[in-house]
Design a protein around this ligand. Structure first.
Ligand code: TXA
Ligand code: MG
Length: 335
């Protein structure tokens, strides 16, 4: 892995930037993050301004070990420990009631905080070296697809932040699963990720997928997670999800084909596909890994309209569907 080429010196520089209250682009196993000291209000404000992020959208706090969560929260249900035991370090964020060590800027004014223990050695080492909890949203400009390489971060943040650590391509490609806990035994999925509903159900049978994961919020409806309110993952191109079999999909693209139109299809679809296309993997894990990269690449080639094959909604597929339906602004064509 490329991360092994990082020298202790590079990590020392990054760690010093963090303790000095600066913002650093950091690889994680999910996507690249914009990391800063979660306990330093000024540093956290720099994250919001670098991203152009609305102030009421809270940041996840990254710790080296779940045992540190007691320092930043006021209550940890037993279920959280059982989930942490099974899935941390890893791509899971648990929303817990915060204490006053987490400033209101970090939590977007909420009285809760999302705690994540990343498995990637670089961010893990940075938390240890700096001795600080690191708040890190995805390192994209707000509203744009999340970055899965250091080059993506450079494209969005060049001249805005002092450094990006290049750890190569992220393992999962979509952000962590965000969950809230209810009534001591119920898990509510606020954002699906590579820790799937099916995996969470091995710890508690009661796992609810929040309605906003698959659908837009109705006018005036309150979001369980502020991130649900905002336009997300949108490249410049107009993305439209098409739910159908390959034959009807191909016919549909044919009928609407003109300059600037591309199809985003599965690897297995490309044999004899007669129109301009990109592929995004053969199974849900590959689709997760590639989706954000493809959305960025479609902008690079100036795609104007993109018809995308609809992914499955079980397992990791739910995470891919959730990102795509937001990239589409909930525009789905069912044939
Ligand atoms: O994999 C990840 O989680 C990446 C890497 C960098 O760790 N981080 C990430 O952060 O995706 P961000 O800020 O881009 O997305 C965090 C999402 C947002 O939709 C936010 O609204 C939600 O989690 N969130 C954070 N804290 C929350 C809280 N206390 N209650 C409800 N939702 C929360
Ligand atoms: Mg994000």
């Amino acid at each position: 892995m490329e991360t092994l080429l990082l020298t202790e010196k590079q990590l020392d520089i990054a760690s010093k930037l963090i303790t000095d209250g600066e913002v650093v682009g950091i690889p994680t196993e999910t996507v690249y993050g914009l990391g800063a000291d979660a306990s330093n209000e000024n540093a956290v404000r720099k994250i919001f301004s670098a991203k152009g992020r609305p102030a009421d959208n809270p940041l996840i706090v990254h710790l080296a070990d779940f045992s540190q969560a007691v320092e930043y929260t006021s209550y940890i249900p037993e279920l959280a420990y059982r989930l942490a035991e099974k899935f941390m370090p890893g791509a899971l964020t648990i929303v817990l009631p915060k204490n006053d060590k987490i400033p209101a800027v970090t939590s977007g004014g909420l009285d809760t905080v999302g705690i994540r223990v990343p498995s990637h050695p670089v961010i893990h080492r940075l938390i240890e070296l700096s001795g600080r909890p690191i708040s890190a949203p995805s390192a994209n400009k707000s509203g744009y697809p999340s970055p899965t390489t250091a080059q993506h971060v450079m494209r969005d943040m060049n001249g805005i932040i002092p450094a990006v650590i290049d750890g190569g391509e992220c393992q999962y490609g979509v952000e962590s699963t965000v969950i809230a806990l209810e009534n001591e035994d119920t898990v509510r999925i606020l954002r699906p990720g590579c820790i799937t509903k099916e995996m969470l159900m091995t710890v508690s049978e009661n796992v609810i997928v929040d309605k906003a994961v698959l659908n837009g919020l109705e006018n005036g409806e309150k979001a369980s997670s502020p991130g649900m309110k905002y336009k997300h993952y949108s490249p410049l191109a107009d993305i439209v999800m098409v739910e159908s079999d390959l034959k009807s999909f191909t016919e549909y693209v044919g009928k609407h084909y003109h300059e600037g139109v591309y199809a985003l299809i599965f690897d297995g679809d490309k044999e004899n596909f007669p129109y301009r296309y990109m592929t995004y993997g053969a199974d849900s894990l590959q689709q997760a890994q590639q989706i954000f990269r493809r959305l960025r690449e479609l902008d690079d080639i100036h795609a104007e309209k993109v018809y995308v094959r609809s992914p499955e909604t079980n397992g990791v597929g739910l995470a891919v569907y959730n990102r795509l339906i937001r990239a589409c602004g909930f525009e789905v064509i069912r044939l």
